[in-house]
Design a protein. Structure first.
Ligand code: BGC
Length: 421
């Protein structure tokens, strides 16, 4: 094992005995090892989903010390502060920010031994594997699922009211339906706070670029591509979408926006398939109450992300940390988690037969897209947080200021990449 602070068995016995003597009066000898886990899952379905990992951890004899910090960037800020203070948790949900921590081997744990034992290399898809080992040859993070991001959720009740019979396949079809929704007094697009505006932009950009162009722009930071016709088009679509969003959107959580679709108050929402968990909690059925379609213009293309936990060097029982890593990679725990969450398990050998059509379609498109190149990982997984942040600023300025033209925004987008590596 390559965990930090591991002590030799002989030392362990002596230390254990010493600790046990002093703690005997207050702590039961069978006390479970505590593992502190920080994440940003606070909506109803997210809480139900993370409880599945918690249960699996408890079954392994761990005590799960939960720290859920929802809401945009709050969790990332908290984590940064904790790490800076030298007080990291056992593991923290990380997603886009692996790179900022993984570059520093003094901070992150090395999970190679547990990964080798569990044959992670064989069961993780290539881009996810690369991400979990980013900045180092060693595993530092444990991916738990795959979420599809380019999904449009549509209320069937709202569809009936405007006479729509199928999900829009192109942006023009969407805007035609959005006009009808507006006329019928239905909010055409349910939007959430700033991060979801940027999120929507990234899904729109996937529809205005071929997958290879998308990779060139968002992975390689290719200047010509970043300021090219596809990016201008993406900003044009965003400007049009802006006209179908209400003014309260900037204070709304993503799940509150989902509620608008659940209740038929809004026609559609662009959101990752974690939104499905909220429909499930509300007792809604896909096909009957809502449609899970790809964002207009995506076809079967797949934009995916993977929730992952970064493990830190902590002064605690190495076995407990390895056990927690195994819980996250446990096939059954991943299935139970994803069924509640709306995602699919990241393990390619997991059984998806119990999943609904929306998840099965995502899984099939992901597998097919891995072969023909139509599946792309969200750039957040590989780009530097500085560049991602700079791009986000450009998108939000454009969204909030009609005097900025799509051409100017695309140019700023390319400049933001140049200034932030
Ligand atoms: C995560 C999801 C999460 C969503 C909303 C995304 O970044 O990948 O797991 O449900 O944020 O909190």
């Amino acid at each position: 094992m390559t965990f930090p602070f591991q002590i030799k068995p002989t030392q362990r016995v002596t230390r254990w005995a010493a600790c046990a003597m002093t703690a005997l009066a207050t702590t039961p000898l069978w006390a479970a090892e505590k593992v502190e886990v920080i994440h940003w899952w606070t909506s109803a379905s997210e809480t139900a989903a993370v409880a599945k990992f918690k249960e699996a951890a408890v079954r392994r004899g761990l005590e799960w010390d939960d720290l859920a910090v929802g809401g945009g960037d709050s969790q990332r800020i908290l984590l940064k502060t904790r790490v800076a203070k030298g007080d990291p948790p056992t593991a923290a949900q990380i997603n886009g920010a692996v790179r900022s921590y993984a570059a520093n081997p003094d901070i992150v744990a090395n999970l190679d031994a547990v990964a080798a034992q569990g044959k992670w290399d064989e069961v993780l898809p290539e881009p996810v594997r690369r991400y979990a080992r980013l900045g180092t040859k060693s595993y530092v993070a444990v991916p738990v699922n795959v979420h599809r991001q380019n999904v449009m959720w549509i209320s069937t009740e709202a569809m009936k009211r405007i006479g729509a019979t199928a999900a829009p396949k192109t942006w023009d079809e969407f805007f035609a339906m959005a006009d009808k929704a507006k006329a019928a007094g239905i909010q055409p697009l349910a939007m959430g706070e700033d991060i979801w505006v940027n999120f929507t932009f990234m899904q729109v950009a996937f529809t205005t670029h071929k997958p290879d162009e998308y990779r060139k722009a968002f992975y390689d930071g290719d200047e010509a591509q970043l300021k090219g016709a596809g990016m201008v088009k993406a900003f044009e679509v965003m400007r049009r979408l802006r006209g179908y969003v209400d003014r309260s959107a900037s204070t709304r959580k993503w799940n509150e926006a989902t509620q608008m679709v659940i209740q038929g108050r809004a026609f559609a929402q662009v959101m990752g398939d974690w939104a499905k968990g909220e429909f499930t909690v509300a007792g809604k059925r896909q096909g009957a109450d809502y449609l899970c379609a790809t964002v207009p213009g995506s076809g079967r293309g797949h934009v995916f992300t993977s929730d992952a936990f970064l493990f830190f060097k902590v002064a605690q029982n190495a076995k407990a940390q390895a056990d927690l890593a195994q819980v996250f990679m446990d096939k059954d725990a991943q299935v139970a988690f994803s069924l509640a969450k709306g995602s699919v398990p990241v393990r390619t050998d997991a059984d998806v037969s119990k999943f609904d059509d929306c998840a099965k379609q995502s899984h099939a498109d992901l597998v097919a897209g891995g072969k023909d190149g139509t599946a792309v990982a969200t750039p957040n997984l590989f780009q530097s947080p500085a560049r991602i942040g700079a791009w986000r600023d450009v998108v939000l300025s454009f969204w909030n200021d009609d005097s900025i033209t799509p051409q100017q925004a695309a140019l700023s987008f390319a400049n933001a990449a140049k200034a932030n590596r």
